[in-house]
Design a protein around this ligand. Structure first.
Ligand code: AMP
Ligand code: MN
Ligand code: MN
Ligand code: MN
Length: 284
């Protein structure tokens, strides 16, 4: 299979921290010319049946998807899963455990924000969560913009929701081994999401890719809304060096907040093996 395919294998719906339904995302992706699509909600696969049906109705091919939160070397790393069986019990159970700490974390975040004068942020953020089980920093950001604390979500993250800022609460997510194991155990492919976003040293990044491969991981995002053009080149080279397949996805969350629209990124560079080549048998 060629790298010249409008595949968008990373985006979010109201089932996690996006603002559109799976059906609205499918329609938007299709209107933008997406040929192969995956919905990859954070730690949750409750939108998969709707996404697959909507993709079929729009004439797009579909891969099941998820984006799992992992803690690796004291940082949060995201692992995308593609082409797994959404009815796999170990995957369902693992994701449930991963989601489990989110409500308590959100209450702790709200307590922290109250100390700097921002009251009732938990209740406020919850209003934006389409799925109460999946309350995320994004929902706090929307609430703080809506109540005039900040002008835009980026500013909220900069001032409140990132390490060292009031409102940031350290959290322990899944292990790399577990997340990769849940995905591959369900017949899917594990992919390191937006690798340029992490603040790893070269040695730490080497450890991430080496351990990821050791656990059975097979892919890395090369062309993503989180990377610059120079990073496409750097991670295409990393994909080749580590023997990983390359993925492409916008990481679209919302028409108003996302700077990268579904299906509009450049194609993968020609020299990589696209993830869809290895996943051909899993495409619906
Ligand atoms: P959580 O899983 O609750 O820690 O929330 C992480 C989500 O916050 C990511 O998936 C992004 O959607 C969003 N996010 C993280 N950093 C930023 C940022 N600087 N600006 C806007 N959104 C961000
Ligand atoms: Mn998100
Ligand atoms: Mn991510
Ligand atoms: Mn994402």
């Amino acid at each position: 299979m060629t790298t010249i395919l409008n595949a968008d294998l990373h985006c979010h719906s109201v089932v996690s921290d996006g603002t559109l339904t799976p059906e609205a995302l499918a329609a938007r992706a299709s209107a933008n010319g997406v040929e192969l699509w995956a919905l990859t909600d954070h730690d949750e696969i409750g939108g998969q049946a709707r996404a697959a049906a909507a993709a079929q109705a729009c004439g797009m091919r579909y891969l099941s998807g998820v984006e799992i939160s992992v803690t690796f070397l004291h940082q949060t790393v995201h692992i995308v899963g593609l082409g797994f069986d959404p009815s796999n019990p170990a995957l369902i159970d693992g994701l449930k455990q991963t989601r489990g700490g989110r409500s308590q974390r959100a209450k702790d975040m709200a307590k922290d924000l109250a100390r700097v004068g921002i009251k009732d942020a938990f209740e406020g953020a919850l209003q934006y969560a389409g799925n109460p089980d999946l309350i995320s920093r994004t929902h706090f950001a929307r609430h703080l913009v809506e109540t005039g604390v900040c002008k835009e979500t980026n500013e909220v993250f900069r001032k409140y929701l990132t390490e060292g800022k009031p409102g940031y609460v350290e959290h322990r997510w899944a292990t790399l081994k577990d997340a990769v194991g849940w995905i591959t155990g369900a017949g899917g492919m594990a992919v390191v999401a937006h690798p340029a976003r992490y603040k790893f040293t070269a040695n730490e990044e080497f450890a991430l890719f080496t351990e990821f491969k050791g656990h059975g991981g097979q892919g890395v995002e090369v062309v993503t809304g989180s990377h610059t053009a120079a990073e496409y080149v750097a991670y295409a080279a990393a994909a080749k060096d580590y023997g990983l397949a390359a993925s492409r996805g916008s990481d679209f969350h919302s028409p108003l907040e996302s700077h990268t629209e579904l299906g509009t990124l450049p194609y993968l560079p020609g020299a990589v093996t696209p993830v869809w080549e290895l996943l051909a048998a899993r495409i619906q």
